[in-house]
Design a protein around this ligand. Structure first.
Ligand SMILES: Nc1ncnc2c1ncn2[C@@H]1O[C@H](COP(=O)(O)OP(=O)(O)OP(=O)(O)O)[C@@H](O)[C@H]1O
Length: 305
C-alpha cells in the first residue's frame, strides 16, 4: 500500500510548549484517516507542518512521496487543504473568492476555472448562493466554501483540519456524505477532529494524539475487532450462568458476556436448555473504549458527540 503522508519523529516546539512531540504518521492511499485529539493536543500544528505552513523543529514530512516543505510547489497542487478558520474576502462573492484562490495558486487552469468553481460550489451545497457576498454567509457556509476551495484542483489527497467545525447536524451529515463520495472516487482523506463519533462514522484508519504524542495508530477494523467473547441479551441472566458455568466473563443487567466467538453455538446451548435469548452478538470494543485505554484520562477531553 502506498503511503501518502509519512512523518518521522516530527516535533514542534513553541518556547516551552512542545505542541507536537515526535510523531510518526502513516497515512496510506485510499484511507479515510481520522486524526483524533482533544483541543490543544497539537492537531492543527501537525496539519500546518504537513502542508509546509509551519516548519518542524525536528523530524521529516513526506507528502505523496516527496519531502516537505522542499517539494511544496510540485506536491501542493495535488493536495486540497482546509486549515482552521479559512480566510475569505467578505466583500466578494463565494465564487469570486474561489476564482482568486484558484488564480493565486499553481496548477489551476484558467480555461476550466468557471466550470470547476460551479462544480465545487454544487458539491458542497452552495450552488444557489455562490454569487452572494461572503460577508452574508453563516459560519457553516464559510466552512463549506473553505471545503470548496480544497476541492478546486480535484486533489488526490485532502487534508482537512476540523472540517465540520461550525456546521449544524445537517451540514455535518452533508460533509460526511461528500467526503465518503470523494473517497469512493479515489481521493485519500486525512481529517483532524476532536469528535469521536465523527471519526467512528467516517474513518477507516485512526491516529490518536494526546498532548502532542501519537498514542495509537491503526485500522479502525483492527481496533474494533471482536474480543473473543459473545454478548447474550436475555431476561434471565442467572439461567445463562447456570447453563454456561465457567464461560461467563461478566454480566450487567440483561447482558451477559460469554467466552466464545460462535454466537450460533452459544445460542444452541441456551435455547436447548430453555433459556430465553433476545439477542446475540460478537463483542467488539467501541472506539471510545480503545481511545480511553490508549490515552488514559486525558481522553476524557475528546468529545463523544
Ligand atoms: N504559534 C504558536 N505559538 C505558541 N504556541 C502555540 C502556537 N500554536 C499552537 N501553540 C500551542 O501548541 C499546542 C497545540 O496547539 P494546536 O492548535 O496544534 O492544537 P489542536 O489540537 O489543533 O487544538 P485546537 O483543536 O484547539 O486547535 C497548544 O498548547 C497551543 O497553545
Amino acid at each position: 500500500m502506498t503511503s501518502v503522508i509519512v512523518t518521522r519523529g516530527l516535533v514542534k516546539q513553541y518556547g516551552r510548549v512542545r505542541a507536537v512531540d515526535g510523531i510518526d504518521l502513516d497515512v496510506r492511499a485510499g484511507d479515510v484517516y481520522g486524526f483524533l485529539g482533544a483541543n490543544g493536543s497539537g492537531k492543527t500544528t501537525t496539519v500546518r507542518m504537513l502542508l509546509g505552513l509551519v516548519l518542524p523543529t525536528r523530524g521529516e514530512v513526506e507528502l505523496l512521496g516527496e519531502r516537505m516543505p522542499r517539494a511544496g510547489r510540485r506536491v501542493l497542487p495535488r493536495v486540497g487543504a482546509l486549515v482552521e478558520g479559512p480566510a475569505h474576502h467578505r466583500h466578494l462573492s463565494g465564487a469570486a473568492n474561489l476564482a482568486l484562490l484558484d488564480a493565486a495558486g499553481p496548477g489551476g487552469s484558467r480555461r476550466t476555472r468557471r466550470r470547476r468553481i460551479a462544480e465545487v460550489l454544487d458539491q458542497v451545497g452552495l450552488g444557489g448562493v455562490g454569487r452572494r457576498k461572503v460577508g452574508a454567509y453563516s459560519l457553516g457556509m464559510r466552512q463549506r466554501l473553505g471545503l470548496a476551495g480544497a476541492l478546486l484542483r480535484r486533489p488526490e489527497l485532502l487534508v482537512l483540519d476540523e472540517p465540520t467545525n461550525g456546521l449544524d447536524p445537517q451540514g455535518i451529515a452533508e460533509v460526511r456524505a461528500l467526503l465518503l463520495d470523494l473517497h469512493r472516487g479515489g481521493t485519500t482523506v486525512f481529517l483532524s477532529s476532536h469528535l469521536l463519533a465523527e471519526v467512528e462514522q467516517l474513518c477507516s484508519r485512526v491516529g490518536v494524539l494526546d498532548r502532542g504524542r501519537l498514542v495509537l495508530q491503526d485500522e479502525m477494523a483492527s481496533l474494533t475487532a471482536p474480543t473473543g467473547a459473545t454478548v447474550v441479551e436475555t431476561p434471565a441472566p442467572e439461567r445463562v450462568r447456570a447453563v454456561l458455568d465457567g464461560r461467563v466473563l461478566g454480566a450487567e443487567g440483561g447482558r451477559v458476556v460469554v467466552r466464545g466467538t460462535d454466537p450460533a453455538e452459544v445460542n444452541a446451548l441456551l435455547v436447548g436448555a430453555g433459556v430465553p435469548v433476545r439477542g446475540l452478538a460478537l463483542q467488539r470494543p467501541t472506539l471510545e473504549e480503545v481511545v480511553l485505554a490508549a490515552a488514559g484520562t486525558s481522553a476524557d477531553r475528546v468529545e463523544r458527540a
